[in-house]
Design a protein around this ligand. Structure first.
Ligand SMILES: [Zn+2]
Length: 257
């Protein structure tokens, strides 16, 4: 089982070494900004490194939105980050499922997702495989509750699209972690990556606050069981820097061995 961490983008290979990570994820830009990635001087070093690399897209991206002034720049940003992620040899570009402004807008939101992948397919596909991640909060989210996730996949499942399962988001979003892997795979057919996070908040709280393995509201053995059942690489997006994340990685490795 390959286990890693979300790290600071300044020196991601050094951060990986400091944690003993098999894989890393990082942002190419400020995650709160509408900024295209710049060329990185260390792109070749990252691309040729032993560790596997994933890139997390900016939080701003919401291709489901009915608002043109959000949806269109979101789509552009997703494309530019897929290109930037390819430069560092990323195996996946993780993007949140997004949301719509009103509950009755969900069908249009799923169709906006479909149009994004249809447009990408016309251009020869995304430069990096896109992995849609489940989210924790909001009433009109495309990928919080799995009834909506199923409707999303009805719209986009014919395209090449992957899935990233976040354990904190599932718990806080109101989806039980027991047998979650089977329930996800019944919808998406695949889990490409696990975001292995504990949660500072309770079940169905709708709050997105990650915690270290042994200090959150989720029984950490349940997180281990999810990774084992999925058989997918996992990375922690937890607090505490190299020390806190390194302890989380060790906790998971010991139990998955
Ligand atoms: Zn996550």
């Amino acid at each position: 089982m390959r286990i890693g961490a979300h790290v600071d983008p300044a020196e991601p290979l050094a951060e990986a070494a400091a944690r003993g990570a098999d894989l890393i994820q990082f942002f190419l830009t400020d995650p709160q900004a509408w900024t295209d990635p710049k060329d990185r001087a260390d792109a070749e070093a990252i691309r040729t490194a032993e560790i596997d690399v994933y890139v997390h897209a900016p939080y701003r991206i919401n291709v489901a939105s009915s608002n043109n002034r959000i949806r269109i720049p979101s789509r552009k940003l997703l494309f530019s980050h897929a290109a930037g992620a390819a430069q560092v040899g990323a195996k996946g570009l993780i993007v949140h499922g997004g949301h719509v402004e009103k509950a009755d807008g969900l069908d249009a939101g799923f169709d906006n997702w479909r149009k994004t992948f249809a447009y990408a397919a016309e251009q020869g596909g995304f430069a990096t495989p896109v992995l849609i991640e489940n989210t924790a909060g909001g009433d009109n989210a495309c990928a919080r509750r799995f009834d909506n996730l199923a409707r999303l996949w009805d719209a986009i499942g014919d395209y090449e699209v992957g899935f990233c399962l976040d354990t904190c988001h599932a718990h806080a979003g109101g989806e039980d972690l027991l047998d979650i892997v089977d329930r996800v795979k019944a919808i998406t057919g695949r889990i490409d990556l696990i975001h292995a996070n504990n949660s500072r908040d309770g079940f169905d709280s709708g709050r997105d606050r990650h915690d270290n393995m042994t200090s959150g509201e989720i029984d950490p053995e349940l997180i281990v069981a999810v990774i084992r059942a999925a058989g997918a690489p996992a990375l922690v997006e937890t607090p505490g820097g190299a020390e806190g994340q390194g302890a989380d990685i060790n906790y998971l490795r010991e139990r998955l061995a």
